[in-house]
Ligand binder design. Sequence first.
Ligand SMILES: *[C@@H]1O[C@H](CO)[C@@H](O)[C@H](O)[C@H]1NC(C)=O
Ligand SMILES: *[C@@H]1O[C@H](CO)[C@@H](O)[C@H](O)[C@H]1NC(C)=O
Ligand SMILES: *[C@@H]1O[C@H](CO)[C@@H](O)[C@H](O)[C@H]1NC(C)=O
Ligand SMILES: *[C@@H]1O[C@H](CO)[C@@H](O)[C@H](O)[C@H]1NC(C)=O
Ligand SMILES: *[C@@H]1O[C@H](CO)[C@@H](O)[C@H](O)[C@H]1NC(C)=O
Ligand SMILES: *[C@@H]1O[C@H](CO)[C@@H](O)[C@H](O)[C@H]1NC(C)=O
Length: 512
Amino acid sequence: MWLLHLLAWLSISTAAVHAQCPIYTNYASSKHEPYTNTRWNLSYARPIPPCRTFAAPEVEHTISRLRKVIVDPDLFRLFENAWPSTLDTTIAWRGVSNRTAPGADEEELSFVITGDIEAMWLRDSANQLQAYVSLLRANDSRESLASVFRGAINLQARYLLGDPFCNAFQAPEESGTIRKSSMNSDVIQPSFDYMQVFSCQWELDSVASFLQLSVDYATATGDYAFFGKHNWTNAVAKVLHTAQSMMVDSYKEDGSWQHTPYTYCAPYGGTPINDCNGSPHRGNIGLIRSFHRPSDDACTYQYLIPSNMMFSHALNASSFIMSRIAPADSNLTSWMQTMSSGIRSGISKHAIFPSAKHGPIFAYEIDGYGSANIMDDPNIPSLLSAPFLAYVPKSDKIYQNTRRMILSRDNPYYAWGPVISGVGSPHTLPGRAWPMANVMAILTSEDDEEIVRNLRWLLQSTDGYGVLHESVHAHLEGVWSRQWFSWANGIFGQAILDLEKRKPHILKMGFQ
Ligand SMILES: *[C@@H]1O[C@H](CO)[C@@H](O)[C@H](O)[C@H]1NC(C)=O
Ligand SMILES: *[C@@H]1O[C@H](CO)[C@@H](O)[C@H](O)[C@H]1NC(C)=O
Ligand SMILES: *[C@@H]1O[C@H](CO)[C@@H](O)[C@H](O)[C@H]1NC(C)=O
Ligand SMILES: *[C@@H]1O[C@H](CO)[C@@H](O)[C@H](O)[C@H]1NC(C)=O
Ligand SMILES: *[C@@H]1O[C@H](CO)[C@@H](O)[C@H](O)[C@H]1NC(C)=O
Ligand SMILES: *[C@@H]1O[C@H](CO)[C@@H](O)[C@H](O)[C@H]1NC(C)=O
């Protein structure tokens, strides 16, 4: 489905920064000077300054500083290309809402695209911006990084209030961007606004991402007042009602089949069986159904455990924003906390399965009847990322068991070969590792040897482009998907900045 969308949409150009700037999809398809002229001879991939979509002096300052911190020239090049990718290439439009009530503060909006697709995914955009959270400070200026975050939160709130089951959206009308109907052969209920929505897959991690982005902004800036200014509270209420509606049992008390409020049938991307509902699920066990994974593939079983982990943490963490601004007569704060702990007990009770080799492990997906899908997928939230999502500490016993399984041939989607080894996905093809999961292995590891091994795989799997791809054939460096994928690149930068704090000696090593 993605590919079809992509072909249809490539013709629309990004709200151009500068008329003479090349379309980045084209620019990123070839290599550019200066080359590192070292073992991996990596290309330079950043657009020239006037063609970058957002300029943040603090980001440039950090890149200059890291030039002296990272000793290996190829590792530095990968960082310098990858980390700024979102700001360089994907802030497709920024402006203010024309819906704001008279007398209210102007409502900033930021339209952040994924990279090679001209649409804003709730998940990708939140994760893309997370790459810069360590530099985020309170700042009222429209030209600040803080403004980019506020604009993304406001626009996500608008999208969720309109179409809470959907995952990716078109530019807001204020941008003047030409929008097209996204109607296709998919049959989806409830109906949605085809001119606003880009794709409508119910992914629990999309709404979790909105909450996580909110927590990231509030924690870094201390600017809680912002959340009381526009539609944030209404959007959270919508998220709670929507999530609650997806806890229902597949059967009514009298035995008749009960539809979920959201249903999805599509010729591409996997058709949920049983009249577009998916397999039967036992309801009201604390967990929330997700029809799709963060890869946008259909779930086998809809209690997708990593997404429930992420949502549980994000609900609880953002309830502390709500508690400062919620109207006195609302139950929103306690609802967020109750739902959060309900998910946590649902996971403990239903999602831990025995494994003869590894001991008790978390399942990737379950149905509440006892069926489980034992695997992991590289897209975040994944089981591998559970400590990164702050759901469990790295040392958690069940997490450690699960992690050993995921990073071994006992995970049916583990890929291995001379170019790169790591977690693969049915979204591309088995036998291809996703660099994003190697980055997550670094972020969740205390073991120097494992971290270095993963850095090496990342360096040798860019095919000389000096950016992370979506997936790479474990045996053929030249076979990969997506030359412009900002999320994976941003989180790589995040991991390097994290290593600078946790394990600075690793950045002093040579990788030649
Ligand atoms: C690096 O790649 C460029 C472009 O392909 C090439 O011109 C240059 O000679 C290469 N340098 C080395 C040391 O291989
Ligand atoms: C948000 O709040 C404003 C009032 O400030 C209102 O006019 C608007 O319709 C609300 N909803 C959305 C989706 O923007
Ligand atoms: C706020 O952001 C702007 C734009 O980046 C910057 O010029 C200004 O110095 C920042 N203000 C503070 C107090 O950091
Ligand atoms: C907002 O701007 C768009 C595009 O210019 C316009 O079509 C729409 O009617 C405006 N809405 C309001 C409420 O003014
Ligand atoms: C909060 O109120 C809603 C109805 O608006 C209800 O469905 C929900 O169960 C309540 N939650 C709590 C924790 O009281
Ligand atoms: C929610 O956060 C509080 C404060 O950090 C913590 O004590 C509590 O255990 C968390 N609850 C859940 C369900 O994660």
